[in-house]
Design a binder for this molecule. Structure first.
Ligand code: DAT
Ligand code: MG
Length: 134
């Protein structure tokens, strides 16, 4: 069984969308195997988003990810990584397919409600960073 990582970002937890997003995972047959709430430190945000270091949006991204509560969810499903990216939708909510999490709950490309791992390799790396205790 494959695993992937979903993060419910600070704008979505602030807007009381945790339940709605978790329900979408369950309705789409993702098994939740680990779940916790936490707040990102500067160090954690920088490590997690290392691939984006130096890009124009990087500083705002790190600041935003530190700004409130995040829910981390490890999900299990056949084809988990690809299926989760499909359920999440495109990075920019304005371009996301109807019915996707970002279409429904994203506010802008920066405030796009959720993160999902983009490959199995990323999932392994990101789960280690967010859930070092498992
Ligand atoms: P994704 O989250 O779909 O994997 P990404 O890895 O390219 O997208 O970027 C990581 C996050 O950075 C993204 O969720 C929101 C932010 N971001 C990306 N492109 C951006 C842009 N052009 N302007 C503002 N924020 C951006
Ligand atoms: Mg990405």
């Amino acid at each position: 069984m494959d695993v992937s990582l979903l993060l419910i970002k600070p704008n979505a937890t602030k807007r009381n969308l945790i339940g709605a997003i978790i329900k979408m995972l369950e309705d789409n047959r993702f098994q939740i195997v680990h779940l916790k709430s936490f707040q990102m430190s500067d160090e954690l945000a920088q490590i997690f988003y290392a691939e984006h270091h130096g890009k124009g949006f990087y500083e705002n991204l790190v600041k935003f990810m530190k700004s409130g509560i995040i829910i981390g969810v490890v999900v299990e499903k056949d084809n988990a990584v690809e299926d989760l990216r499909t359920l999440v939708g495109k990075t920019n909510p304005a371009e996301a397919d109807p019915g996707t999490i970002r279409y429904l709950y994203g506010e802008s490309v920066g405030l796009n409600a959720v993160h999902a791992s983009d490959s199995s390799k990323s999932a392994t790396r990101e789960i280690k960073i967010i859930f070092p205790e498992i």
